[in-house]
Design a protein around this ligand. Sequence first.
Ligand code: ZN
Length: 217
Amino acid sequence: MATRAEGGARGEGQRSEGVPSRPRPVERLIRALARLPGIGPKTSERLAYHLLRGTEEDAEELAEAIRRARASTRVCSTCFNLDEDDPCRICADPERDPGRILVVEDPRDVVAFESSGYRGRYHVLQGRLSALEGIRPEDLTIVQLLTRARADGITEICLATNADLEGEGTAEILADKLRALGPRVTRLARGLPAGSTITQVSSAILADALDGRRDLG
Ligand SMILES: [Zn+2]
């Protein structure tokens, strides 16, 4: 068996595989960061060491911001948006058109549409249907949307899911379920770049997509 003298410091073959060479609390931090969306093992390692190198105050500030944000936000029991209050400020606002519901995937989409000047209400699905990820209708707030759609005074439900494959598929399935219930069912204009998500496009494009929404029926 060949051995390389210059590689000796790494100690390969000296320890069994899978035994962490870092302190256990650091391993735990890296694993916790790696569970965040879009964070791979390399990035989580980089973030963890960045946090450990920084000041105690910076680390505490981050931990406290996470704790506070979690403790002071709740999900609106009507529209499933995230806010400090339930019902959320949007559902509770008497100046808004209560007959219009914009159906979005995520609370971040609400923020995006708010800057486009939209003045109706929302329904947050909390995701989109995905066969690949095993996300089924019962994992989303679809039953609650259908209940809202049946209520008196609802005039229009606009499907504003993302313009990617899963967003389009989710909109089609929702349109099938909503069509018979009474309100007008619309979809954002095709002006949204194919494959794009709501949070990627500008408020001007969102305003245009809302203006040019089309009937699904
Ligand atoms: Zn709400």
